[in-house]
Design a binder for this molecule. Structure first.
Ligand SMILES: [Zn+2]
Length: 226
């Protein structure tokens, strides 16, 4: 083979290779478009899936709200509230007041025996700040809005509870209504609220169905909330 022929055949091979490269680049571009469209479809299906899971979660919670509390429990609760109000009247004797308060306490204890605790407000624990040289950790706690049963977290590190744990039939919502600007809890407000009209509480749980928190978004204002 002459030198000229060798050069020519190399040039031919190079041109063939160039053409093939262009072809493959075009092919890859086209495949990329197909992949991108497929990824878009997958992402859209994933978004739809998350949306449906959220809806499922919300509907499950709404079912618990709809079921409400046993009517017997509601009656007991109303009776306790009536006795509480009576004990605060100015026209009764100290003996009557003390006796009523004792009775209220006893009835609350009884109520707790058969309360399913299915509407629970939750307040996170706090491990404490490492930048402070003083102790600012705190235990979390949960409270049943029907019977005021109180449960403290097992540690300041984890929101784990002995009795008022999450379950299929129980709604547990982080109550952010009483947090002050520093993220601390104004606990006197919390206690003030607890014996209020149950319907208002159930409304709060209904509004927060599908969400973790009861917060400023809740449209219902508590009667005594400052
Ligand atoms: Zn309870």
């Amino acid at each position: 083979m002459s030198e000229k022929n060798t050069k020519q055949s190399l040039l031919n091979l190079l041109n063939e290779a160039k053409a093939k490269v262009l072809l493959l680049e075009e092919k890859i571009k086209a495949e990329s478009l197909v992949i991108r469209a497929a990824v878009r479809k997958k992402t859209s299906a994933e978004n739809e899936l998350h949306e449906k899971i959220r809806e499922m979660f919300r509907l499950k919670e709404l079912l618990i709200v709809e079921a409400g509390l046993p009517s017997e429990l509601v009656k007991w609760r109303e009776n306790i509230i009536a006795k509480m109000q009576k004990s605060q009247r100015k026209d009764i004797t100290i003996e009557q007041k003390e006796s009523l308060e004792k009775e209220v306490e006893q009835r609350i204890q009884n109520l707790r025996q058969f309360c399913p605790h299915n509407f629970v407000l939750s307040y996170d624990c706090y491990e404490g700040s490492y930048t402070h040289d003083y102790e600012d950790s705190r235990y979390g706690h949960r409270r049943c809005v029907a019977c005021t049963y109180f449960d403290q977290s097992k540690s300041v590190k984890e929101n784990v509870y002995e009795t008022l744990f999450e379950s299929e039939s129980r709604l547990v919502k982080r109550d952010l209504r009483h947090m002050n600007n520093h993220g601390n809890l104004n606990s006197s407000d919390e206690k003030k609220d607890i014996w209020q009209d149950l319907a208002i509480f159930l409304k709060l749980f209904e509004e927060s169905a599908g969400r973790m928190n009861i917060d400023g978004l809740a449209k219902i204002k508590m009667k005594n909330a400052s």
